[in-house]
Design a protein around this ligand. Structure first.
Ligand SMILES: [Zn+2]
Length: 166
């Protein structure tokens, strides 16, 4: 995710986006925002390592949450439980009038970075990150290698690191 977004930033460095500004600079696609999105993406996979469907939902939540504004809240897939990380959903049960979105991903490059999310949202890719995948008992070597929970977690972290390099 991080590498893909950095490449995209390079490709668009001289081009003007729909709002007449370039992709980089203050309040735009900064390295800090790229790191943040890559981190959230990694968390979305790691915290849902037993279900591709839940991974996809969590990745879409990262997208919608990061692009949300006061005029256009997009928290459809953010968790709604009492301990949710989504302050907007938490505020719904509390005091939404006082909630103000922090500056998010500007609208002009939402569509520019969306294909990166779409590529890394593909079920075939996410299936490789399934940590709780049940092994075929006939595959004794695999059962032996991947049998322990700790090893499965290590494999997941390794796959996740590779995925974040894409
Ligand atoms: Zn949210």
């Amino acid at each position: 995710m991080g590498t893909r977004l950095r490449k995209l930033k390079l490709v668009y460095s001289k081009k003007k986006l729909s709002d007449g500004k370039t992709i980089g600079g203050k309040g735009r696609l900064t390295d800090s925002l790229i790191d943040k999105l890559a981190h959230y993406y990694g968390n979305a996979i790691q915290c849902n390592s037993t279900s591709v469907k839940e991974m996809r939902k969590a990745i879409w939540a990262v997208w919608g949450h990061s692009c949300s504004t006061d005029d256009e809240p997009m928290h459809w897939f953010c968790p709604t439980n009492p301990n949710t990380w989504c302050k907007y959903n938490a505020a719904i049960n509390n005091n939404l009038q006082n909630y103000k979105h922090k500056p998010s991903v500007p609208k002009a490059f939402r569509d520019v970075i969306k294909p990166v999310f779409a590529d890394l949202f593909h079920p075939a890719l996410l299936k490789k990150c399934l940590g709780g995948k049940t092994q075929n008992p006939n595959e004794s070597l695999n059962s032996l290698i991947f049998g322990s929970f700790v090893l499965r977690r290590l494999v997941l972290v390794f796959r996740l690191q590779r995925l974040l390099q894409i």
